[in-house]
Design a protein around this ligand. Structure first.
Ligand code: TXA
Ligand code: MG
Length: 339
C-alpha cells in the first residue's frame, strides 16, 4: 500500500475530502491532534477498527479513545453522561482531556477492549475537529506509533512507523502539547486519574473536587495486577537506549556523570553545554509544557544518535510535569537513582 501525505495547511480542501472518503470507506488515516498524531478509523465500524490494531501491532485488549467534534456527539456513545462529566466538558472541552464512561450498545468490544466503558475526547486541534466534522463519524484513534515506541509528534514520525501500512497521513505540523491526553474515569466516583496529560490534576480538582490518582500513574504495576487502564501495563515510550532517571540537583548530576564512560545525558535546556558528554535537551527546567512538547522528539533523537546508556534529569511531579514524569519513568523502565 502506498502512503500519501497531505498537508492540511496548504491543501485544506483536499485533506478534508480525502480523509472523509477513506474514513467513510472503512480505512485508517493518520491525523494530527494537539497532543500526538492519531491513527483514526470509524469507531462504529468493527472491521475498520480492527485495521487500526493491525497497522499498529497493538494487543487487542488495549481499548481505543473515541474522538468527537461537538458535545452532542457524546450522548449516543455512552449509557449516561455523569453530572461531573458535563461540568468538565463545559469547562475544558475541546482539550487534551479524555473522559471514560459506561459505554452504550453502539460501542463494540473491539473499540473498548472488552471493557464495559468507553473513553471519549474532543480534541482542541482545529484540524482534528475539522476532519471529524467533515467525515461525520466518531473516530477511534490511538497514538499513531507502532506499539511500544514513542508517540509521534509530527507527520514525519508517523510516516516512519506507518509507511505502507495506511493509505493516508494528514500533516498538521508539530503537535503543540507533545504527550497524550489526560485520561480520567467517571465510571467510578470519585473519578480516577489514569493518565496525566495536558489538562492537569490541579486544574481538574479545582473544578470537580476529589480525584483519585491511580497507582500506575507514578509507580510500576505489581506483577499480575489488573490495570485500570490496560495501556499502562505495556512497555511504553521506550527508545533503544537504556535510560535511568537521576533525582538530584544539576551539580550532583554533573559530578555523577563526569566519572563515567559512554554516557549520553538527557537534560534541561542550557545544561548540555556544561557537560562533557553528548546530550539531548528536553525543555525548560521550570516549564512542564516546554518539557512535554520536547520529550518524545528527544527520545527519538537519542536513538538517532545511537545512545546506549542515558542518564536523565528528573522532572517534578506537579502540574504538567506529572505527565512528563509519567512518560519518562516508563521509558526508563522505572529505573530511578537518587543521588
Ligand atoms: O492524546 C491522546 O489521547 C492520543 C490522541 C491520538 O488523541 N491518543 C492516545 O491513544 O493516546 P492511546 O490508545 O495511545 O492511549 C489510550 C489510553 C490507553 O492507555 C488505554 O488503555 C486507555 O487510554 N483507555 C482507553 N479506553 C479505556 C477504557 N475504557 N478504560 C480504561 N482505559 C482506557
Ligand atoms: Mg499510545
Amino acid at each position: 500500500m502506498k502512503t500519501e501525505i497531505i498537508d492540511i495547511k496548504t491543501e485544506y480542501d483536499r485533506a478534508l475530502q480525502e480523509s472523509a472518503r477513506l474514513l467513510q470507506n472503512g480505512e485508517v488515516v493518520g491525523i494530527p491532534t494537539e497532543t500526538v498524531y492519531g491513527l483514526a478509523a470509524n469507531a462504529l465500524d468493527e472491521t475498520a477498527v480492527k485495521k487500526i490494531y493491525e497497522a499498529k501491532g497493538r494487543p487487542s485488549d488495549n481499548p481505543l479513545i473515541v474522538h468527537i467534534a461537538k458535545f452532542e456527539d457524546l450522548a449516543p456513545l455512552v449509557r449516561e453522561i455523569p453530572e461531573k462529566v458535563k461540568v468538565m466538558a463545559e469547562k475544558f472541552w475541546p482539550a487534551p482531556l479524555t473522559m471514560i464512561m459506561k459505554k452504550s450498545d453502539r460501542i463494540s468490544n473491539v473499540v473498548s477492549g472488552n471493557l464495559d466503558t468507553v473513553a471519549v475526547r474532543m480534541p482542541k486541534s482545529e484540524a482534528a475537529r475539522a476532519i471529524i466534522k467533515n467525515c461525520g463519524l466518531p473516530l477511534a484513534a490511538p497514538s499513531a506509533n507502532l506499539s511500544g515506541s514513542p508517540s509521534p509528534t509530527n507527520a514525519k514520525y508517523v510516516f516512519e512507523d506507518m509507511n505502507g501500512r495506511i493509505p493516508l497521513i494528514i500533516d498538521g505540523g508539530n503537535c503543540e502539547i507533545g504527550v497524550e491526553s489526560t485520561v480520567i474515569s467517571f465510571a467510578e466516583d470519585p473519578p480516577r486519574l489514569l493518565r496525566p496529560g495536558g489538562v492537569t490534576l490541579e486544574e481538574m480538582t479545582e473544578v470537580i473536587g476529589e480525584i483519585v490518582v491511580d497507582d500506575a500513574v507514578l509507580n510500576k504495576l505489581e506483577e499480575g495486577a489488573v490495570a485500570s487502564s490496560p495501556g499502562m501495563k505495556y512497555k511504553h515510550y521506550a527508545p533503544k537506549a537504556d535510560i535511568t532517571l537521576i533525582k538530584s540537583t544539576f551539580e550532583e548530576f554533573k559530578a555523577f556523570i563526569e566519572n563515567q564512560a559512554d554516557i549520553t545525558a538527557l537534560c534541561f535546556d542550557g545544561e548540555g553545554k556544561e557537560l562533557s558528554c553528548p546530550f539531548v535537551e528536553y525543555g525548560d527546567i521550570s516549564d512542564g509544557y516546554s518539557q512535554s512538547s520536547r520529550l518524545f522528539d528527544a527520545l527519538r533523537e537519542l536513538d538517532e544518535m545511537g545512545a546506549k546508556t542515558v542518564y536523565a534529569r528528573c522532572p517534578d511531579t506537579k502540574g504538567m510535569e506529572l505527565a512528563v514524569y509519567n512518560r519518562l519513568i516508563r521509558s526508563a523502565g522505572f529505573k530511578i537513582k537518587v543521588l
